[in-house]
Design a protein around this ligand. Sequence first.
Ligand code: ADP
Ligand code: MG
Length: 322
Amino acid sequence: SQTAAKIAAGEVITDPAAVVKELVENSIDASSENIRIEIENGGKALIRVVDDGEGINEADVFNAFKRHGTSKIKKIDDLDNLHTLGFRGEALASMAAVSKVTLRTSDSDDGLGTGLRLIEGKGEKQAISCKRGTSISIEEIFFNTPARLKHMKKPGDENKKIIQIVQVLSMSHPEVSFSLLMDNSEVLRTPGKGGLENTLKSLFGERFDSELFKADYQNSPMEIEGFLGSPYYTKKTRDYQFVFINNRYVREIKINKAIEDAYDNTVMINQHPVFILNIKLPPDMLDVNIHPAKTKIKILNESLVMLLLKSGIRKIIRQNLV
Ligand code: ADP
Ligand code: MG
């Protein structure tokens, strides 16, 4: 029913940033090389993701919006594969339940494709002219779920969450070119080639070369790779600190704090260093029961891991600054 659909949607689609994440992950799963994200009024008016991926066949467009309407194989080999499954066919169905959705897609190179506009899950498909790829527009999110609508933050705050998600997605996929437009102005563009380093250059600008140094540290069972900022490259917030564990983005402030600790007071008070780090740990040191879509993680034997982390970061800092 409509009500059940809206309730289910609430678990997947919590805010515009969650929509962006789901749409972009679908674009990546469809082997897209270029992904453009357009946002209007903090995502309240419009969230649009345009890709040049495989597209959806005309016969499958309605199925894509059905609950559990996934085309992806339901085989879970390991944690990494779980990511590909997303919410197992829930995302588009959930978006359709709480917004006005427009799909334009083509899975061929003949310039023809399928268009579909769904309001409260209803709509007709039609033949359209369309390049290979998919464009999904989410308009008036939560227009029919007032409680959610009321909980939306100011456009600037929703935009901040969206930027963060797109930054993380672009770091995890340097082979894909991302562009993000907010109210028609470009806030981010990555090249899609030249690896992570070029992606980071486009995200951080000039200071990447001068004030971020490469981290490459091994001390069994931990490895640390990525880029660590000098004590002079700091920000007022922790928004420029990106931590991945085994390539998965995590947001556990105690990890950020442990890394900051290792700077041993070389950073000015109330300032936060910049870093993009991937911490590699044996999977048996992590609790696999935490949902892979969440940015939380549980580390077993946490105190040991924190000690290893601090000493690793100290070493990287010392090697690069002396
Ligand atoms: P899931 O990703 O878990 O399969 P979704 O609801 O996110 O579920 O998507 C449903 C289906 O729609 C996908 O399995 C895929 O077949 C199709 N789909 C969605 N977005 C795209 C896209 N950008 N390109 C190609 N196919 C897509
Ligand atoms: Mg999906």
